[in-house]
Ligand binder design. Structure first.
Ligand code: G3I
Length: 368
């Protein structure tokens, strides 16, 4: 046979064999978003700290962009005050838009927009000045109007006020509370509702907090906030239960169902918005992984079993980019990918989430 013909035939054969996806094991079933949708939920999603170094990490991006696994994105930082209004009345939307683009380009996915008013990640120009209550209320109004009308219904929802309460249910300090008093909270929802009306679109407004996934003074405090918003006839569509837990101390399934019903009884939706379960001591062992899996399982099942729980979001999916070690040195291992030294090996927790979404008993929770 002519040598060129042989080479040509070989080249054609190589081209015909599909190249193996190097990330196949990180992208294999179970498909968490497809399972969530099959249970009537809007999504299983993840937070992502884009724009950032993650964008150079091809394996991260191929998982993030797989709409079978993640049907919703939350920008972990890009839409917060300091990034969207770094100088007064000078708005920067590019970072948030990158997350929206990724969501839309890979399966027309949902975006939970996060957040408008919070104690943290407020621009220096806000913190550095002595404001009157009236002047700071105007700052808040201008921020909310601009950001909400800019992104429009690219946002499924906005976390309007984030983490307004202490664990005992009292108001938490912030530049907003300290300057304006409790009225800042209700004003924020009033401005957000007005901004939504300006868009003419359906954009949901949420309150988002942690340590409210179980009954207690903080959960009772949130019930009071929602009731007062409703009494004032202000728009409140849902409560975001962040669901940041520590291995070994997560609330039980029953506690989570009880707290969920405290909110849904008020006629609002709920969502699991920032799910992760961190180890307080590292390295973890196999019994720790099984307990972590059980705690993921219970959190997800308690959303699956409540009709008004619209979806679940992990606060990023791989330990490599988790917020936990930066905030709690020595703690970590909180995410569903990142077993041992392998960044993208799934932990038992991943399969536990899949089991809960499928309505199966947990196959990886050991005796927990
Ligand atoms: O932007 C600066 C950058 O200029 C600087 O070079 C770099 C050096 O550390 O820091 C960058 O800011 C960091 C920011 O994330 C953006 O990446 C801050 O240091 C860091 O503290 C900040 O952490 C974020 C944290 O909120 C702030 O409290 C986390 O990434 C984010 O995951 C976390 O998310 C919160 C939710 O919004 C609300 N619920 C709790 C959750 C976890 O804390």
């Amino acid at each position: 046979m002519h040598v060129l013909l042989v080479v040509g035939t070989l080249a054609a054969l190589v081209a015909a064999v599909p190249s193996k996806n190097p990330y196949a094991s990180a992208l294999a079933p179970p498909y968490l978003n497809l399972l969530a949708k099959a249970k009537g939920k809007l999504w299983f999603g993840t937070a992502t700290d884009i724009p950032g170094v993650e964008q150079q990490d091809q394996e991260y991006m191929s998982i993030l962009n797989d709409s079978k696994i993640f049907g919703q994105l939350t920008p972990a930082n890009a839409m917060k005050f300091q990034f969207t209004e770094p100088e007064q009345n000078n708005f920067t939307y590019a970072g948030g838009q990158e997350v929206i683009d990724l969501a839309k380009q890979h399966g027309n996915r949902y975006v939970r927009c996060h957040n408008l008013v919070w104690v943290t990640e407020v621009s220096e120009w806000v913190l550095d000045r002595n404001w009157t209550a009236e002047a700071l209320t105007e700052v808040m109004k201008n921020h909310i109007y601009n950001v909400v009308t800019h992104f429009g219904d690219s946002c499924y929802s906005w976390d309007v006020v984030n983490e307004a309460l202490n664990d005992n249910g009292t108001w938490a300090p912030s530049v907003w509370f300290d300057t304006i008093g409790p009225e800042y909270f209700y004003k924020a929802y009033q401005f957000a509702e007005e901004a939504v009306k300006l868009t003419g679109k359906d954009i949901k407004l949420y309150y988002n907090d942690y340590n409210i996934e179980y009954p207690g003074p903080k959960a009772t405090g949130v019930v009071g906030l929602v009731k007062e918003l409703k009494r004032r006839k202000l728009k409140i569509d849902g409560v975001g239960l962040e669901t940041h837990y520590e291995v070994g101390t997560a609330p039980s399934y029953e506690q989570q169902i009880e707290a969920s019903k405290m909110y849904t009884a008020l006629g609002v939706d709920i969502a699991r918005t920032e799910l992760d379960v961190r180890f307080t001591q590292l390295p973890y062992n196999s019994s720790g992984l099984a307990l972590q899996a059980k705690e993921y399982y219970d959190a997800v099942k308690s959303c699956v079993d409540i009709r008004q729980c619209i979806g679940m979001t992990v606060w990023d999916f791989v330990d490599k980019y988790s917020w936990v070690p930066g905030t709690f040195p020595g703690k970590g291992g909180a995410d569903i990918y990142g077993l041992g030294n392998s960044n993208y090996t799934r932990k038992p927790a991943y399969y536990a989430v899949g089991d809960a979404l499928a309505g199966h008993p947990c196959s990886v929770c050991g005796h927990n």
